[in-house]
Design a protein around this ligand. Sequence first.
Ligand SMILES: Cc1cc2nc3c(=O)[nH]c(=O)nc-3n(C[C@H](O)[C@H](O)[C@H](O)COP(=O)(O)O)c2cc1C
Length: 183
Amino acid sequence: MNATLARAEGSGRRNMNAMTLATVNRAGRPSTRTVLLKGLDAKGLVFFTDRRSGKGQDLAAVPYASASFYWEPIEAQARIDGRVVMLAQERAERDFSARPRAGQVMIRACAQSQPLKNKAALASAVASVEQDYPHEVPTPDFWSGYCLVPDFIEFWFGSRDRMHERVAYSQSPEGWNKTLLQP
Ligand SMILES: Cc1cc2nc3c(=O)[nH]c(=O)nc-3n(C[C@H](O)[C@H](O)[C@H](O)COP(=O)(O)O)c2cc1C
């Protein structure tokens, strides 16, 4: 995963860490959106969001997700399925404090995915956060880090002769099994 992501990022194109994240709600209805992969460690894929958002509510009810990347510059796709765990608040604080002030203010001013009356209402919420926190903006408690812990990973590598390569890794009690899949 790391090597393929690094190859995509080496293309110089922006947002190669943007992934489509699918969740399902309590009724089994799926939805997707883009989030940024902010960390890739031994446990899995780390991203951050507002816990009260649609995806946050889905994950509270059904803690599983599927993420996919399409890296056009290197003709590759990755799909990652697994369980999602919420990270310690300290991770969210680290992420939040590394963001530019304007981003911090916007996160604090919003209840992500709730209806907005009009743009003026958002501008006024932003102004009020600016006023409340003229110096440091504290991390709101609704800002959360999540880790998608994979139990299935699949790569697709495009080939000019259409012999696209698909490699799946699935987790079993003995470890990871590698299987080639028909394209
Ligand atoms: C390139 C890109 C990156 C994004 N990154 C994030 C992110 O890291 N976290 C986040 O909460 N929303 C991110 N968004 C916004 C989400 O796609 C989405 O609109 C928002 O999280 C609300 O989704 P939900 O209502 O399904 O929870 C990003 C959008 C784009 C286009």
